[in-house]
Structure formats: C-alpha cells, structure tokens
Design a protein around this ligand. Structure first.
Ligand code: NAP
Length: 276
C-alpha cells in the first residue's frame, strides 16, 4: 500500500479528528478530493467513520479510520504515532473533534468543564506537539519538510451568548493555544485557527481576525462547504500561522438580510496583537 520511501514519494497525509460525520467528514472528503491521504479519527461513530474512510478512499490513494477517546490522555498520546505507523508519515492535523454539551453558569460544574477542556483543548495541544516531534524527526533527513495544524474554533468566541459555558471556555482555551502553539512550534509546524461564523453577516475583519469569504464557492447556503475551503486554504498557504480565519457563512432564513459584504482577495493577516 505504501511506497518504500514515503518521505519522497507519498502524497501528503492528514489526520482529521472527529471525521466520522458532519463537518469533520466534509473536511475529510474535501482533502481527499485534493489528493490528501486521510486518517479519519472517530470515537463512537464506528459505522459513519468506516463510511467516511471508504468514501475518502474512492477519492485518494489512502484512507483509514482510527478510534480514540480524546478525553483520555493516554489515548490521545497514542493517536498520532498509530496514524504514522499506518501511513508512514503525517503532514497535517485538523483538530475538529469537539465535545459540545449544554450548560450555563447556573448548571456549571468542574466535571463538565474538565470534559470539554480535555477533548477540545488538551487533545489538540498534545496532538500538535506530537506532529511537531514527528516533523522534527523527518526534518533531519529532509530539512525542508514542514507540518501544519488547523484548529476548529467557534464564532461564539467573538459573539457571546450565556449558554454552552464549558464548551465556550474550552474553545477560548484552544484559541489561546492556537497562538502559543504557532510560536512554540515554528518554524517546523504552522498553526492556524478556522472559526465558522454562522447564521448572520459579520464584518470581514473582526479585530485582528481575517474573515475569509470565498466568492468562488457556489453553495453559500451550505454551512460546511465554506469551512472546508478555509481549512484547505490554511493547509496550503505557508504564509498563514498564529491567526484565525473567520469563515463567513449564511444559513437559510426567512428574515430579510442586509446585503452581503463584498468578497475581498485574501491578504495574509498581520501578526496578532492585544485582541482583548
Ligand atoms: N457545526 C457548527 O455549527 C459549528 C459552529 C462553530 C464551530 N464548530 C466547530 O467545528 C467543529 C466540528 O463541528 P461539528 O458540529 O461537526 O462537531 P460535532 O458533530 O459536535 O462533533 C464532532 C465529533 O467530535 C467527536 N468527539 C466528541 N467528543 C470526543 C471525544 N472525547 N473523543 C473523541 N472524539 C470526540 C465525536 O465523534 P464520534 O461521533 O465518533 O464520537 C463527534 O462526531 C467543532 O470543533 C466545532 O466546535 C462547529
């Protein structure tokens, strides 16, 4: 299945966490269609993960499903080495898996907060770290080799509501980790956030965040397609690191909407500074 010298001949390989269904599946399929070999991570959705891997395999040269509970540190630490053992190399990680349980400040508990923090922030940090170790190892033979991590964030960080407290805290932690990892893992591994901004029009620039809107995508109504395009952009554009692409999306609605902002060409974002 694998070339004898994967460093030289293999197509790039990406691990997409939470890729059995929904957005993770769309990202996996998008990357497979671009020729990436895809490691489809899942936890409980066995059949869906198998289906995603099979669908990816129809588009690219390699796809396989990998099970791991990202709330368990040992399992998290084992995940990337397992994928590397299967594919020979990993070039990118998309941290998409996410615990998403409802709570409020009234129902808040340490237990629920910890559950979200583990899978949504802690796991992403450990997997990023593992990718850096792997890329550092490969770079001894191939100095030009580089890796990239994409962290799925959430527009809720910039448009607060008083619900999903633990989830939001975990995404805020991941947002902070996104910047710290970008600094810590540079220059071998770039780290980019992608935050879907759904349901309403937002300014194209929020603080120092660049909102990315692809005028070329025909289906602006599909919430997942624009995000997958942003993930692909983050993987491909070597000038982006340490910042977050805000993906403007539109949900179908009966309510009248303001005119859509004009699409702008992509410009590499300025270095982050003092958002809060
Ligand atoms: N969908 C949206 O509207 C939206 C908006 C803003 C941001 N986002 C972000 O985009 C990403 C994808 O969103 P989504 O709605 O597609 O996600 P989702 O359906 O809520 O979750 C994706 C997957 O995460 C996995 N997961 C959850 N806890 C896990 C754990 N402890 N260990 C391993 N896997 C775990 C689950 O895998 P199994 O099913 O295999 O257990 C689940 O299928 C998330 O990071 C989310 O925060 C989504």
């Amino acid at each position: 299945m694998f070339a004898s010298s994967p460093e030289i001949t293999s197509p790039p390989t990406v691990l997409v966490t939470g890729a059995a269904k929904r957005l993770g599946r769309e990202i996996a399929l998008k990357l497979a269609a671009q020729g990436w070999r895809v490691a489809v991570h899942y936890r409980d959705s066995v059949e869906e993960a198998r289906a995603t891997a099979e669908d990816c395999a129809r588009l690219t040269t390699g796809a396989q499903a990998f099970r791991s509970n990202l709330g368990n540190e040992t399992a998290v630490r084992n995940l990337l080495p397992t994928v590397i053992a299967a594919f020979g190399q990993v070039d990118a990680v998309v941290n998409c898996a996410s615990t998403f349980e409802h709570d409020t400040t009234a129902s808040f508990s340490f237990a629920v907060m910890e559950k979200h923090m583990r899978s949504n922030a802690g796991a992403a940090i450990l997997i990023s770290q593992a990718l850096h170790t792997h890329i550092a190892q490969r770079s001894k033979k191939q100095p030009e080799v580089r890796g990239v991590v994409v962290n799925l964030l959430d527009q809720k960080l910039w448009n607060q509501t008083p619900d999903f407290v633990s989830y939001t805290l975990s995404k805020a932690a991941l947002d902070a980790a996104n910047a710290m990892l970008a600094l810590a893992l540079s220059p071998l591994v770039r780290v980019v956030g992608v935050a879907p901004v759904m349901g309403q029009h937002k300014p194209l620039l929020i603080g120092d965040r660049l909102a990315y809107r692809s005028a070329s995508l025909p289906n602006q109504q599909n919430t997942d397609l624009d995000t997958t395009a942003a993930v692909l952009l983050a993987l491909q554009d070597i000038s982006i690191s340490g910042t977050t692409l805000l993906v403007e999306e539109e949900l179908p609605t009966d309510k009248p909407q303001a005119p859509a902002p004009v699409a702008v060409p992509f410009v590499p974002p300025a270095r982050r500074h003092g958002r809060r």
